[in-house]
Design a protein around this ligand. Structure first.
Ligand code: GLN
Length: 548
């Protein structure tokens, strides 16, 4: 029987519900349980694929090609669980399903309403993620209690306990206990209000996770417990920590695993958190330091590169190094040249992106990395621009991507009309109208590596699988001329048609990949390409400053 933990948030947004759910999952997994996590998002977009990264942060891509909320990235990084289409539902997706059924005549003349039709659909969505082999499904409800938008979700999870039995459901509420500096005191009132709000709609939380700057004194926990009608040990302080990967350990220290055991009758062994302890130790006490420039467009909102940032930290963990990130605005490179902004860094990374803004600045960064022999890692757009740069400056082509210049004489990056999807065994086609919007190459695709390359050395395998999210591809017409000028096509699709990884001869480490390796990197299993890139950057730094 699957047991359910519903996580809601109160008081303010951005308290880190995603991290809280993930850390709880990590702790339960460390007890030997099989855990999955689902996110229910109150916004009306059917998926976050069309949301601006400025507003909503990164779009996380699953193996099965879904564009999902960035919290799913946290879920995967903290656990061994792999998410899919059933792990992220939005209000839009729920309504879309209900309206589709209504048009099909499924409701047999009934008036279709929020209760029961929308709430039933939400419960169905929750069940769809509860595979029978799971011990626990953690469901995170986006938004803050009190928002109009999240009400149907809260009503659905209230009803859920009724269907599956009290002993199988736990409500965890994440709140803030602020420290008011002028009064020198922590305040519990916002937490009380938030719990009242939940109780008004019929949900009595079983556990309160209180975000605090300072440890919550026992008598304050007692006070919250009495006001909120909770067991005294059910108020857990979630103290700010140095690295998010410390949260599972902080929860363990607070006895959260024992509390969950007791409440859900889990009866299993204590969590083995040694792997998390070593991750945290490596992050906090590294031997080396290295600085990586990320040349991008959304450098103002770091959440737009969340997985990337984490993957770089993981590469650091693998190399016992602290990775400092230098966020460089590509347009500033256009204005001031690469030298002034990139001279101090040990490695340069151009991440994925859409739209022409900053593209020439990114190409200048590629050229700088190539000519100065600084380790370069290009991801998706960063790979496409690496190809454009080498085509222009090594092969003398007037190359561009048709995304940015539809009339370019040398369309070295272009829209492919058809490609074979090895995952589904189907030929994917792009029609005239889909060229405008949809039809991205999304999700996991296999890639075959060429021996004797940086890619092969990093992965130590011949065939790999990585996740994609892009429309444009390398144009094979230009493969030969690039090869003549020292470009190596080190990773191809199994049929040889799709160019997935490029490298450069005569360069310490210059690699571009069409996929997004950052989506598969975990602190306990750093991604091989990030490990290799950080290693190369460290080496470049040490060659320069041998004593460091
Ligand atoms: N804009 C490019 C494309 O659509 C790259 C996308 C990306 O970097 N994710 O192909």
């Amino acid at each position: 029987m699957v047991k359910y933990i519903f996580v809601t948030g109160g008081v303010v947004s951005a308290l880190g519900k995603g991290i809280a759910a993930s850390a709880m999952a990590a702790l339960l997994e460390a007890k030997g349980l099989k855990v999955a996590i689902q996110k229910l998002d109150p916004y009306i977009n059917v998926d976050p694929g069309t949301l601006s990264p400025f507003e909503h942060g990164e779009v996380f891509v699953t193996d099965d090609g879904c564009e999902t909320d960035l919290d799913l990235g946290h879920y995967e990084r903290f656990t061994s669980f792999r998410s899919s289409v059933v792990n992220n539902y939005t209000t839009g997706k729920i309504y879309f399903n209900v309206i589709t059924k209504e048009r099909r005549g499924d409701y047999l003349g009934a008036t279709v309403q929020v209760v029961p039709h929308i709430t039933d659909e939400i419960k169905e969505a929750i069940r769809s993620a509860a595979a029978p082999d799971l011990d626990i499904l953690i469901v995170e409800i986006g938004g803050t209690v009190g928002d109009i938008e999240s009400l149907p979700f809260l009503e659905a999870i209230r009803q859920f306990r009724y269907h599956v039995g009290k002993e199988n459901v736990l409500y965890v509420h994440l709140t803030l206990v602020p420290f008011i500096r002028s009064a020198g005191e922590m305040k519990t009132k916002p937490t009380q209000h938030s719990v009242n709000e939940l109780r008004e709609i019929g949900i009595q939380p079983d556990v309160l996770l209180c975000r605090t700057e300072r440890p919550l004194p026992a008598e304050m926990k007692r006070k919250i417990a009495i006001h909120c009608n909770l067991d005294a040990d059910a108020v857990v302080s979630a103290l700010d920590v140095e690295t998010v990967y410390e949260v599972p350990l902080a929860y363990k220290a607070e006895g959260l695993d024992r509390l969950l055991d007791k409440k859900l009758q889990l009866n299993v062994t204590p969590p083995d958190t040694t792997a998390w302890e070593s991750v945290v130790d490596r992050i906090k006490h590294p031997k080396h330091e290295v600085t990586i420039a990320i040349v991008g467009k959304y450098v103002g909102l770091k959440d737009s590169y969340k997985s990337l940032e984490e993957a770089l930290i993981h590469g650091g963990i693998a190399n016992n190094a602290r990775v400092h990130l230098a966020w460089v605005d590509a347009e500033a490179i256009e204005k001031n040249g690469p030298e002034s902004l990139l001279a101090e860094v040990d490695g340069i990374l151009v991440p994925g992106g859409f739209g022409i803004r900053g593209v020439e600045g990114k190409i200048m960064a590629v050229r700088y990395a190539r000519e100065k022999k600084v380790p370069y890692f290009g991801i998706c757009l960063g790979m496409q621009l690496a190809v454009i740069e080498t085509a222009r400056n090594l092969c003398g082509l007037r190359a561009h991507s048709t995304e940015f210049d539809p009339q370019t004489p040398d369309p070295i990056i272009y829209l492919m009309e058809k490609w074979f999807n090895h995952r589904t065994g189907m030929v994917e086609e792009r029609t005239a109208e889909s060229q405008m919007g949809g039809t991205m190459r999304l999700g996991a695709y296999p890639c075959v590596l060429q021996e004797g390359t940086h890619a092969f050395a990093a992965y130590g395998a011949r065939e790999i699988s990585e996740r994609h999210r892009h429309r444009y591809e390398f144009n094979n017409k230009y493969r030969e001329v690039l090869e003549q000028h020292g470009v190596i096509f080190s990773g191809l699709s199994p049929d040889g048609e799709l160019c997935e990884i490029v490298e450069l001869k005569d360069h310490p480490w210059f690699l571009g990949c069409q996929f997004h390796p950052e989506f598969k990197s975990r602190p306990r299993e750093p991604h091989p390409l990030f490990t290799a890139f950080i290693e190369a950057s460290l080496k470049a730094k040490m060659d320069f400053f041998p004593e460091s």
